[in-house]
Design a protein around this ligand. Structure first.
Ligand SMILES: Nc1ncnc2c1ncn2[C@@H]1O[C@H](COP(=O)(O)OP(=O)(O)O)[C@@H](O)[C@H]1O
Ligand SMILES: O=C(O)[C@@H](O)C(=O)COP(=O)(O)O
Length: 421
């Protein structure tokens, strides 16, 4: 079994969808399960534990990640995969380095191979630089991210600012295209000389070559791209006793609602599409009411007065508006107020009979899942690449959307009432 530690909720669902696509039986746990993972359901080929560590203090992120690693290993994981964001979301005080240092010590891993490349999401790595579609990461809209603005694109430099083991190196594209044996040979030469190896990858073929070279490594890291490639290698090797089960479950067609806390350009476009379609839209304004209870009460009172099908409640703002809020309330405080408010609103919507809850934003999704008390769920059909419906044991089906994912219509279509669908 491959055990995945994801640093946020949408990252975990993205990885879970990648495994599911390869035919792996995939178990998704929001947070550390209370009991042992094994025995919670049918035997799994992949278990994904989602944490909320992306923006947590490094010491907390290390503690939680180690706990998840021990849990997964006890449940039979033969390989650990640390899932971070395909845009390497972190700060110089961030967690990717410290968490990987700790997981490397735990597993005794040699050079840890990693790449955030996820070509299906437009993320590629060349000469160690991370591209988002046609732009370098630091020139992409990610430079305006509310919590982890990315202002550098060179991965070894980003990593070296965080890790206690600097000296990260790039495995160049020419080595990657030469195939798994050449990659293994290069890694052999790097043993003892570099702790982190960023492997260039431009397409899924590159990721598959890398995955074949590290298929038996105790620890690998990256985004959903390399995770899916490792899943493909496992599927090639044969998945023990996998019954031909039904395809992924489709979401119910009952009443939908949207909560958006992402300020990504894509999410702002998706909100515009909902507004343009004439759906009711409500903005949470933390400057007017810097209190989660008051914001949630006002939003739910608004919800009760509108034609609620497909209603959208958002905190999301353009970069200039976001800065204005953060200057008054502070980055951390404004995020906390809004995330708490979103959690309370989600609980209120579930109580009002919403059957499909669409959430935009990773931190926002983490807050919603925690407030709803959802421990996990079945990974269902994908509404967009990397955005699967999740079916918990009870309560609404949920769609947790990374801020950057989905086409412009996604929030509109995913929350559509039966008559509109
Ligand atoms: N108007 C706002 N002012 C301050 N912070 C905001 C505002 N709107 C959203 N945020 C915060 O920005 C963060 C967005 O992160 P996240 O939900 O992970 O989205 P993404 O998936 O785009 O990274 C959240 O913590 C959210 O509460
Ligand atoms: O790798 C990715 O881009 C996503 O899986 C991811 O991590 C999403 O995080 P958010 O952008 O914070 O939703």
């Amino acid at each position: 079994m491959i055990g995945v530690i994801a640093d946020d909720v949408t990252g975990g669902t993205d990885a879970a969808a990648a495994f599911r696509r390869q035919g792996l039986r995939t178990l998704l746990c929001f947070g550390l399960p209370d009991g042992p993972v094994a025995g919670q359901g049918p035997a799994a080929d992949a278990v994904v534990v989602t944490l909320r560590t992306r923006t947590a203090p490094a010491a907390d992120a290390v503690r939680d990640s180690l706990a998840a690693a021990r849990h997964l290993t006890a449940a039979g994981a033969t390989q650990l995969y640390f899932k971070y964001c395909s845009t390497f979301d972190s700060t110089p005080h961030g967690n990717i380095g410290p968490v990987l240092d700790a997981l490397g010590d735990l597993t005794g891993a040699g050079p840890v191979v990693t790449t955030p490349a996820s070509p299906e999401h437009g993320r590629t790595q060349y000469r160690g630089h991370l591209f988002v579609h046609d732009q370098l990461l630091a020139e992409s809209p990610m430079r305006h991210h509310p919590l982890t603005p990315m202002t550098d694109s060179l991965l070894p430099r980003l990593m070296d600012a965080q890790t206690a083991c600097p000296g990260s190196v790039v495995l160049g594209h020419e080595t990657v295209v030469a195939g798994p044996e050449r990659i293994k040979a290069a890694l052999g030469q790097l043993a003892g000389r570099a702790r982190y190896v960023f492997a260039d990858a431009l397409d899924d073929g590159d990721l598959l070559r890398i995955a074949r070279a590290v298929a038996d490594a105790p620890l690998v890291a990256g985004a959903a791209g390399l995770a899916g490639a490792l899943g493909a290698v496992r599927a090639e090797r044969g998945l023990p006793g996998r019954p031909d089960g039904p395809g992924p479950v489709a979401p119910p067609r009952g009443r939908g609602a949207v909560l958006a806390g992402s300020c990504s350009r894509r999410t702002l476009e998706q909100i515009d599409a909902v507004r343009a379609a004439g759906r009711p839209v409500h903005l949470l304004d933390p400057l007017a009411e810097p209190d989660p209870d008051a914001l949630a009460d006002r939003a739910l009172r608004w919800y009760d007065t509108v034609d609620a099908a497909g209603a959208l409640i958002h905190a999301s703002r353009r970069p200039d508006e976001l800065r204005a809020v953060q200057e008054v309330l502070g980055v951390g405080r404004s995020a906390r107020i809004l995330e708490e408010a979103m959690g309370r609103i989600a609980v209120g919507l579930a109580a009002r009979g919403v059957e499909r809850l669409v959430v935009a934003g990773g931190e926002t999704s983490g807050a919603v899942v925690a407030a709803l008390g959802i421990g996990g769920g079945e990974v269902g059909a994908e509404a967009a690449r990397g955005v699967p419906w999740i079916h918990p044991a009870s309560g609404p089906a949920i769609l947790l959307k990374s801020g950057n994912f989905g086409d412009r219509e996604l929030l509109l279509t995913a929350s559509a009432a039966e008559a509109d669908a």
